[in-house]
Design a protein around this ligand. Structure first.
Ligand code: ADP
Length: 261
């Protein structure tokens, strides 16, 4: 079963084209990384998949149904989104933030049911956020807050999780913590498509990588196929050295200062 099919998408903003003829599929249950330099169109692609941005041409299918035929609520029941960093204008209690994930399931003028609270509890347990359920969201550290945002997405009971550089503002240990959490979710059947600016993390955790280059797909393949010095140097315009991670045996990129051959 395909979780996501992106068919020949071209899209941009006002008159500025960004994505050009983008095609790919994501198998249900897979863990896929979306990589590419800044401005290559990764976030734009996530916006198209969630229906926030309407493609100029082409279409998106979610579980083999055209996204055009799905309402925003339908999409929210299948697809959870975790942004780079979340700001909360109001200092809600952490548990209230997670409960907001139930919004696509709430009946009009009805309050939350026991089932909603049970799902919130499970989502917080899974993300190890129960211990701060009563604390105001803005009092948490970046890593804790990101886990809460993932818990909120999980309380949507999605089958697909889309993440936009979920570790970009986190310390090394929290980066690993988030990717470990994603791996555990993936083992339970969640389809994951995550933007990552960190090629080494992406190559450690993802089965497949989609490399975007100036709005076009440059290559889709396993980390070994995509993380090659020639390709990475060409797309990212920087010198790199490729090694093998001695523990995970996945490709490991070392950055080099300019001026070294
Ligand atoms: P990435 O996520 O790979 O860094 P983006 O999808 O954010 O790339 O951006 C792709 C291009 O689209 C960039 O040139 C960016 O400036 C432009 N862009 C992104 N969002 C908007 C917007 N809301 N309005 C106009 N241009 C945008």
């Amino acid at each position: 079963m395909l979780a996501i099919r992106v068919n020949n998408i071209s899209v941009g903003y006002i008159s500025k084209p960004v994505l050009k003829d983008v095609n790919f599929t994501v198998e249900s249950g897979s863990f896929v990384g979306l990589i590419g330099p800044n401005g290559s169109g990764k976030t734009t692609l996530l916006r198209v998949i969630t229906g926030i941005l309407h493609p100029w041409s082409g279409n998106v299918e979610i579980f083999e149904k055209s996204a055009d035929s799905l309402t925003r609520i339908d999409i929210a029941r299948s697809v959870g989104v975790v942004p780079q960093e979340s700001f909360f204008a109001f200092n809600f209690k952490t548990e209230e933030i997670v409960l907001m994930g139930r919004y696509p399931y709430l009946k009009r003028f009805k309050s939350e049911t026991k089932k909603d609270y049970d799902i919130v509890y499970e989502s917080m347990k899974f993300t190890d956020t129960l211990s701060f359920r009563d604390r105001p969201i803005n009092d948490l550290s970046g890593g804790e807050r990101q886990r809460v945002v993932i818990a909120r997405s999980l309380s949507q009971s999605p089958k697909i999780l889309l993440l936009d550089e979920p570790t970009s503002h986190l310390d090394l240990n929290h980066q690993i913590e988030i990717f470990d959490l994603l791996k555990r979710l993936n083992k339970r059947g969640m389809t994951i498509l995550a933007i990552s600016h960190d090629l080494n993390l992406a190559s450690m955790y993802c089965e497949r990588l989609i490399l975007l280059d100036a709005g076009r797909i440059r290559l889709i393949g396993t980390p070994e196929e995509v993380i090659t010095p020639t390709l990475i140097e060409d797309v990212y315009k920087t010198k790199v050295l490729l090694q093998e991670n001695p523990v995970t045996h996945t490709p490991y990129i070392l950055l080099l200062p300019s001026g070294i051959d």
